[in-house]
Design a protein around this ligand. Structure first.
Ligand SMILES: [Zn+2]
Length: 700
């Protein structure tokens, strides 16, 4: 261990210039020193190994140097020499982790009043400051409030959130970000050159992943690998640190996206035997995904990318959303084990989940065809049997239609799989066709709920070539039934539906639930006559912006997952009755979530207004509260409005104190008032205004 740390100690930066990365932070510190305007209590926060202690030591040396030049130490004066030897009588390094620190803090308090021995300042560098006990904090608090002119505190911590606000508010905080790949690689190459260690470019990338942005770990890795072999290559690192190579990681990503569960499982079995470090594997995969996604979006590779053009191109066939899913799942698995090392099983499950999604797409894909058909029929039917569409409805149907067409196109790119409808979905790989048909059948079994329809039919019989040749697929059989069902509902329940009661659709008959089913159902609500009397519900931008200002990413992800779950037909907990009740929520994207509020995005203003209207219904929102496990304000906004909200948000961020999330009960009370006003006939409203009487009712 001693030897392991030596290179790091040796190359510990001696001046601000030597410190890798942290450009802005260094600039600010240097300016403050030059102008003699630095705070006497600094907090250096950030991940381990990012240079907090090094910068603290340099800072202490510079402010005590006898002949400083432009905030740089002279390195020759007595003070500098003592500081470099770690023997400066006025620079104190304490480790709060070694004990609870009460005595040390009392000592500090007792000694701060005496003047420094050698230099201008007594500097106290306290490492792992968050480890202090409450009483230790308290004994230091008064000193921090009004430190004597000759005292300088530098409090270093990896966990800023554990430090009491009373302390933080008395200090200037500097956040030490994870060192960037470019900066780290540059520093490691420099040290390797000085040490005569030959390092492959690829190996530099691996060292970055391995060290998770900690320069200290990276230097240690270099030293360890350098003592194992003359030339540090990817395979040397693999031997020394049990890591997977980039090729292996790229193959893994590719297999996950391609739905090859077998490969993924056996990769994990082998990796476990080899003792692979799953922590760095997770981070590496996320980093590679980032590069692939950027390449997909921008169409070119950045210089510092670790993937090659050929590798990047091999991902062209996969849909970008799958890559997002994959990184989300891995990040979730990683987050859930933060602090300890990631469990290989958790990571494996995360990957298998994505495989499941990639297969789901193949099913959804076939259902898109089905949805198209439904939409067609709906449009036709509405033309003949229902009053003509108003402008907004026409637009709505058209948008939906386009969207479906659009998604058909996208899915075609997503995976070649697709299916037995080449005329709609474009060219299909004949060879894959049969294989994929079987896959779809397997999945479809899961998506049929209720009894009957296909339960008695052996899917493998249904998918015979004969059927397919006749152009009848399982999907189409289902489709026919679904269409009948929907037509029935169209003329029956849905149009007479009372919005204040829940959507009541008889389920005594066998109903097929799939994503397009909910998608279609969702649009029925706003078409209802009763709803047509409702104006747009008005909620002030500022009110919603307050939630954006208090947004919590973890909450957002959690809420999104829970909302998705309601309509997750593949889940064993799927409750069709609840899903139907909450169908106006189908497809909602969570824009932001806070402790007491959530902002949902719906595709169109009509859908978003309808959802907000439904949320006013106590019963409806109670179901959501139950699902989200909390009572909160639910805002529903359209995609279009989010642009305005985001602009507002940028302005609001300058004075966030002016934006307050309302009380939950107050919000629903005023929403109720507003809707009551809107649904009342104009005459009644006028009379009410005239008499100022809330209990006034109009008799026809
Ligand atoms: Zn000096």
């Amino acid at each position: 261990m001693q030897k392991k740390n030596s290179l790091y100690r040796y190359y510990r930066p001696k001046t601000f210039n030597d410190v890798a990365g942290h450009t802005n932070l260094k600039k600010i510190l240097i300016e403050q020193i030059k102008n003699n305007k630095f705070s006497h209590a600094l907090i250096f926060s950030g991940q381990r190994g990012t240079g907090k202690t090094s910068v603290a030591k340099i800072f202490a040396k510079v402010i005590n140097c006898e002949n400083p030049k432009d905030a740089a130490s002279c390195e020759t004066c007595n003070s500098c020499i003592q500081a470099n030897n770690n023997s400066h009588p006025d620079i104190f390094e304490l480790d709060a982790a070694s004990n609870n620190g009460v005595d040390e803090m009392r000592n500090i308090r007792a000694n701060v009043s005496t003047l420094p021995i050698l230099s201008k300042y007594k500097v106290y560098i306290i490492d792992e400051f968050h480890m202090l006990t409450k009483s230790a904090y308290n004994s230091l608090l008064k000193t921090l409030e009004e430190p004597p002119q000759h005292v300088q505190f530098i409090l270093a911590t990896t966990e800023l959130h554990k430090i009491p606000l009373t302390i933080i508010s008395r200090c200037q905080n500097f956040n030490f970000a994870r060192i960037t790949k470019v900066d780290l690689k540059e520093q490691i190459s420099k040290i390797a050159k000085l040490e005569g260690i030959d390092v492959e470019e690829k190996a530099l990338d691996e060292i970055f992943y391995l060290s998770e942005g900690s320069l200290r770990d990276a230097i240690n890795a270099l030293e360890q690998a350098g003592s194992y072999a003359n030339k540090v290559t990817e395979s040397v690192l693999k031997d020394v640190f049990s890591i997977a190579t980039k090729e292996e990681k790229i193959a893994l990503i590719s297999k996950v996206l391609g739905g090859d569960a077998k490969y993924v499982i056996s990769f994990f079995e082998n990796s476990e035997q080899q003792g692979i470090d799953f922590q760095s594997l997770s981070l590496d995969i996320i980093n590679l995904i980032k590069e692939i996604v950027e390449f997909k979006m921008v169409g070119e590779l950045k210089k510092n990318y670790s993937i090659t053009l050929e590798e990047a191109n091999s991902f062209k066939k996969f849909d970008i959303s799958l890559l997002f899913d994959l990184s989300d799942e891995i990040a979730k698995a990683y987050e859930s084990t933060k602090g300890s090392s990631i469990d290989s099983q958790l990571l494996l499950i995360a990957l298998l989940k994505v495989i499941n999604v990639s297969k789901l797409i193949s099913v959804v894909n076939s259902e898109v065809v089905l949805s198209n058909k439904i939409t067609n029929k709906e449009v036709e039917m509405n033309k003949t049997e229902l009053p003509p569409f108003n402008k907004e409805e026409k637009r709505l149907v058209k948008t939906e239609f386009n969207k479906l067409e659009e998604s058909t196109k996208t899915i075609e790119i997503k995976e070649k799989i697709v299916d037995e409808k080449p005329s709609v979905l474009g060219e299909t790989d004949k060879k894959n066709e049969l294989k994929e048909k079987t896959k779809i059948t397997e999945n479809i079994g899961k998506y049929i709920l209720g009894e009957g329809i296909l339960d008695n039919i052996n899917p493998s019989i249904e998918i015979t070539d004969l059927n397919l040749d006749q152009g009848m697929s399982v999907e189409e059989l289902i489709a026919d039934k679904t269409i009948d069902k929907l037509l029935e509902e169209e003329t029956g329940v849905i149009n007479t539906m009372d919005l204040d009661t829940e959507l009541t659709i008889p389920i005594n008959e066998k109903v097929v639930y799939d994503l397009s089913y909910f998608e279609n159902l969702k649009h029925q609500g706003p078409l209802d006559k009763k709803y047509q009397d409702i104006d747009t519900i008005w909620i002030d931008d500022a009110e919603i912006v307050a939630t954006l200002l208090n947004a919590d990413k973890v909450k957002r992800l959690k809420f999104q997952t829970l909302i998705n779950q309601i309509f997750d037909i593949s889940s064993p907990q799927f409750d069709p009755t609840l899903a139907k009740k909450l169908v106006p929520l189908f497809g909602a994207k969570v824009l932001a979530g806070s402790d007491t509020s959530i902002v949902l995005i719906m595709d169109t203003p009509i859908l978003s207004n309808y959802l907000q209207y439904k949320i006013n219904n106590l019963d409806f929102r109670k179901h959501i509260f139950e699902k989200l496990d909390t009572e909160l304000i639910i805002y529903s906004v359209s995609k279009e409005r989010t642009k305005i909200l985001k602009e507002e948000y940028v302005l609001a961020a300058k004075h966030p104190e002016e934006y307050v999330i309302p009380n939950v009960d107050d919000f629903y009370e005023s929403l109720q008032e507003q809707i009551k006003d809107m649904s009342e006939p104009p005459l009644a409203k006028e009379s009410k205004d005239l008499f100022l009487d809330d209990d006034y009712t109009v008799i026809k």
